[in-house]
Structure formats: structure tokens, C-alpha cells
Design a protein around this ligand. Sequence first.
Ligand code: HEC
Ligand code: HEC
Ligand code: HEC
Ligand code: HEC
Ligand code: HEC
Length: 286
Amino acid sequence: MKRNNLHIRALASALALGVVALGAAWGMADEPKLRGKKIKGVYIPHDYFRAKWHKIHFKPWIDKATNEQCLLCHKEILSHKPRKASPAGWKADSVLAWYQTLDTYEGPQMTFHARHLTSKYAKQVMNLKCNFCHQGNDPREEAPGSHADNQNDNTYTLRKTVDPSKTCLRCHGKFPYENMEGLEGDWSKIRQDFEDEDTPNGCLTCHEETYRTVRHQVTYLKPKNIEKLAKKSSDVCYGCHGGRRWYRISYPYPRHAWPGMKDVVPETPEWAKNRPTESEKRYRRK
Ligand code: HEC
Ligand code: HEC
Ligand code: HEC
Ligand code: HEC
Ligand code: HEC
């Protein structure tokens, strides 16, 4: 009997510790006074599991959520700092990744989230929201097709909470030179044929007036600023179109009709036959 009691007490304190640790994990331990209240239109529950399964994580609610609402519980996502050195001792500032060599890259390593939402450059060229990438995932499911109930669910990728082909690929694909008449290889190899001191952006020799001039009219980009910054360097354009590539493929961009299109490309090229002719509706600028 006595032994049993001990067991129960040990279990109870383990549970209590567990709850404290979980509470800390969701950043709310700093601000327990938020709990049980409705803030910025979001009810902050008292317990961790209710917060984890909060409806704001799921469709249709996630589509309307603002960054401020998500950050009520996840502010650590922007304040985390990467390690100063790897566990084996490599100092972060002693190595340079290829994508850090772009002219537009500034400052020390930041975390993934901070780089996309708070770096000076990110804020100049884009306007990403939490729900641009997080479109609602079930925290219990890591693999699609794993049981009878989710056989037809192909809305997400194995062990990924966001779908890279609808998000990352847009700005981290391969430079699609095969689709560009007159270009023989990747920009990093051929750019010197197009650029000199007076022409710092070789992309614009073709894209200023001649080809695909209707572009970037989507809410998650800042089209005017992109063109303004691009006057100084093709790294602005190349950055999102091959210079920071994580994939072997390119994003299948929509192909908007542009003024003078019929004069330079009278017929739709083979590769463009199945392309949409407008940006995705949810992101179109009015
Ligand atoms: C009421 C507090 C609260 C709000 C508001 C909230 N979350 Fe969460 N979220 C949690 C908790 C708690 C967890 C579980 C954390 C864990 O397991 O590490 C979680 C987990 C997550 C995860 C990880 C899911 C997984 O499958 O591992 C993501 C991604 C996430 N939230 C994104 C968001 C986004 C985006 C928003 C805004 C649309 C948001 N959250 C709003 C509390 C909240
Ligand atoms: C550019 C795309 C993108 C944006 C924008 C974005 N996230 Fe994420 N987020 C990710 C990816 C990718 C992961 C890692 C997912 C995985 O492991 O499958 C992630 C992971 C998370 C996690 C899980 C914890 C962690 O550190 O891995 C939380 C919580 C989260 N994001 C919250 C947010 C919030 C809040 C915002 C808005 C302030 C936001 N995210 C904006 C892509 C994004
Ligand atoms: C709308 C365009 C866009 C989307 C979508 C996007 N990125 Fe990025 N990404 C950028 C830009 C721009 C930078 C460079 C920001 C800077 O230099 O400050 C960047 C930088 C990065 C870096 C370098 C981080 C660092 O600190 O050095 C990584 C890694 C990365 N992105 C991965 C991803 C992943 C993974 C996704 C999808 C979950 C994604 N990106 C979605 C535009 C995008
Ligand atoms: C020699 C002229 C030329 C140069 C230089 C050039 N492009 Fe292109 N680009 C084209 C042509 C031609 C097309 C296809 C037009 C069409 O849709 O018929 C194209 C299409 C594109 C597309 C859309 C591809 C698709 O699959 O829909 C992107 C993105 C693009 N260019 C970006 C760039 C960037 C970034 C640079 C500089 C790093 C650049 N281009 C330099 C001629 C050029
Ligand atoms: C911050 C990332 C980013 C930068 C910087 C950027 N692009 Fe893009 N570009 C995109 C994305 C994302 C799309 C797809 C938008 C959509 O779905 O309509 C796109 C689409 C395009 C297209 C297809 C146009 C069409 O028909 O809809 C062309 C061409 C293009 N970009 C060229 C350029 C050139 C030239 C520059 C420099 C002046 C540049 N991009 C700078 C992210 C970027």
C-alpha cells in the first residue's frame, strides 16, 4: 500500500513537471496573465493541449488569422537566435554559404523565420504572412495515406507542416533558362555577357520592356520596390529565380499576357501551354 502511494506521488510530480515544461514550450509561461482571456480576437486557453488544438491552427480559421494573432502564443519564432557555433565547434561567422554571397544578403545568420519576416531586405521585397506557409496541418498526422481515414489526403508532404511546392519553390527554384530564348546556361555562368558597369542588371536587357513585363502582382510581394531595387543589381531578380535555389526544378510561373507580347512571341511556346495566365486568386492584387 505504502509503495503504491509513493508511485502515485512520483507520478503526480512527474506530471506536474511535465506540464510546467510544456507550458514553457509554448512561450506562454512568461505571460500566464494572458490565459483565460480573449486578446486580439483570440481566446487564449488555460491549458496547453487546448492551445495546441486551438481552432486557429485549422481551416477555415487559419486563412483569416493575422501574424499578431499567431504571435500571441509563438513570439519565440521571431526572437530565437541561431547557435554561434556548431556542436563540433565551427563558428557560424567563419563560414559563408553560397546564398550569402548575393549582393542583397546583409548581417549575421538569422533563423529561417526571422530572415523571411524581419530582415531589412525581406521587408523591402516581400510581405509574407504566417498563413502564407502555414495553411493548416493536423499535428497528429506526419504521413499522408497512413490509415483508412486519410487515403485521399494529398494536401501535405511527408513529415512537412508546410507544402514546399506551393511556398518555398516560388522563390527558391532553379533559374529557368531553358524557357528563355537566347540564354544558354545558368545565370552565374553567363551573366558577364550581359552586364558591365553601365548595365548592373542584365535581366532587364530583356525584362525591362520586351518580355514578361506584367509580373509580381501578388499580395505577398512588393512589386514596385522589387523593380526599384533591381536597377542596382541582377542579384535582386536572380536571388528569387535561381540564386537561392534549394530545388532542381523551377516554379511553373503563371504567364501573364504583356503589352507587345504578340510582336515578340506570336505563338505560345510548347513549355507554356499548360501554364495559368493569371496569379493564384487568393494572392492577386486588385
Ligand atoms: C492560443 C495559443 C496559440 C495560438 C494563437 C497559435 N498557436 Fe500554434 N501552437 C500552440 C501550441 C501550444 C502548439 C504546440 C506546440 C508544440 O507542440 O511544440 C502549437 C503548435 C504549432 C505548430 C507546430 C505544429 C506541428 O504539427 O508540430 C505550428 C506550425 C503552429 N503552431 C503555427 C501557428 C500559426 C501559424 C498560428 C496562427 C495562425 C498559431 N500557431 C496560433 C499555440 C498557439
Ligand atoms: C516562408 C514560410 C513560412 C512563414 C512565412 C512562416 N513559417 Fe513557420 N514554419 C515554416 C516551416 C518550413 C517550418 C518547419 C516545418 C516543419 O518542420 O515541417 C515552420 C515551423 C513553425 C513552427 C514550429 C516550431 C518550429 O520552430 O519549427 C511554428 C510554431 C511556426 N512555424 C510559427 C510561425 C508563425 C507564428 C509565423 C508568422 C509570424 C510563421 N511560422 C511564418 C515556414 C514558415
Ligand atoms: C516570397 C519569396 C520566398 C518564399 C516563398 C520563401 N523564401 Fe526563403 N528567402 C527569400 C528571400 C528574399 C531570402 C533572403 C532574405 C535576406 O537576404 O535577408 C530568403 C532566404 C532563405 C534562406 C536563408 C536564410 C539565412 O538566414 O541565411 C533559407 C534557408 C530559406 N530562404 C529557405 C526557405 C524555405 C525552406 C521556404 C519555404 C518554407 C522559403 N525559404 C520560402 C524568399 C522566399
Ligand atoms: C536574352 C534575354 C533574357 C535575359 C537576359 C533574361 N531573360 Fe528571363 N525570359 C526571357 C524570355 C524570352 C522568357 C520567356 C518569354 C515567354 O514567356 O515567351 C523569359 C522568361 C523568364 C521567366 C519566366 C519563366 C517561366 O517558366 O515562366 C522568369 C522568372 C525570368 N525570365 C527571369 C529572368 C531573370 C531573373 C533574369 C536575370 C537573372 C532573366 N530572366 C534574364 C528572356 C531573358
Ligand atoms: C522576393 C522574390 C522575387 C524577386 C526579388 C523577383 N521575383 Fe520574379 N517572381 C517571384 C514570384 C514568387 C513570382 C510568381 C508570382 C505569381 O504567381 O504571379 C515571380 C514571377 C516572375 C515572372 C513571371 C511573370 C508572369 O508572367 O507572371 C518573371 C518574368 C519574373 N518573376 C522576373 C523577375 C525579374 C526580372 C526580377 C527582377 C526585376 C524578379 N523577378 C524579382 C519572386 C521574385
